[in-house]
Write a protein that binds this ligand. Sequence first.
Ligand SMILES: *Cc1c(COP(=O)(O)O)cnc(C)c1O
Length: 419
Amino acid sequence: MVEQITIPSHVLAAIEEHQRHCSDPMAAFFYDLPALEAHGRAVKAALPENVELYYAIKANSESAIIDTLASVVDGLELSSGGEIERACNSATPLPWVLSGPGKLDSDMRHAMLQGVEAFHIESLGEIARLQVIAASLQRIQPVLLRINPTLPDELSSRLKMAGTATPFGIDEAQLEEAVAAVDSAPNLSLRGFHIHAMSHQKSVQRHQRLLSFYLQRWPKWRALAREPKQITQLNVGGGIGVNYLHPAQQFDWPGLCRTLGQQLEAMPEPPRVRFEIGRFLSAFCGYYVVEVMDTKISHGEDFLVCRGGTHQFRLPVAQAHDHPVIHLPRYAHPSNQAEYQPWTIVGQLCTPKDVLSRHQPLRGVAIGDLLVLPLAGAYGYNISHADFLCHPRPEQIFVGRASERPAPEASHVQSELVE
Ligand SMILES: *Cc1c(COP(=O)(O)O)cnc(C)c1O
């Protein structure tokens, strides 16, 4: 029972159409491309002047998603050779950067040949490797150093990417050494710094404090360089959270942007700030739809056994949450008279871990009905172990491609009134 989310009518129509054509019970992903575009535009429109928006494609790197966001964002953030292929095959080429630990020499070389804008350097060793490759290609390669900052206690708790021991970035204590290494590498040109410290950030206030901390440190970091004037870019990463359990209460993105704009205005030499966001851009457009195949009671608990499962949609298990579920009855039956009853929704895997959601109050559920799991557009299918048990892979259906566009749906960027 998810009262806050209504499924747009063009998505509902696509779901019904798909079910009609399935000879077996269905499990499939549906992505609402007009809604994705409208949401992306709202995210972008809220940004302060001169702040850029990149899309971190690891959240969802399907070509229809990248192509849809290409008309909205300023560029792409990539982390592998495979992602370089996807970005370069996109209908609208955008600038892109390459991040991530464990970059292959072959990927770094390939990136340079394909026109990478900048590398985000993750370690001292990477500086040396990148210099050799840039020299062999006789080019001067712009780079940003990824920093793992030392954060004040109230900011570092609960961070997973920085402010603690991680394989990502360069400790602030080693930054001086790293800057000197880039400055003395003849084929590398330092342009700025990159920090991606968070994922799942749901608190605007905490994120504001994090960004303030970066801006406060910025002059110090910049002053480490031989030519501080050339150091202009501050990439603040992504990590804006999605509230899966209370879909009506989403991150106050316009509020964050307003504060950031004020802070940048107050700085004598503000950096050019860039966000590289994944989850908060693509999560809202996706729906994972499964069909009820069986109902059973086991030791007092009621189960709905559905087509598909966590091998196709691992997100609820990865987040250790009970995903919201919307019930779509197949036939109009007198479900209004039925009582709400808590169901545990499971898939087809032979493991007790294959649970999409527990204790979901639904009424009048019948075999053949569909259950829709919303907010499935980021880190959904692509983080799942789809080959486990050799079930066929689910179809991914992209609703409303550019050529057949209905009016865009409302965005999930909240207006000022909501919070
Ligand atoms: C994953 C990742 C992102 C995007 O994170 P979201 O939480 O999806 O916004 C951005 N930058 C880097 C370096 C990442 O690894």
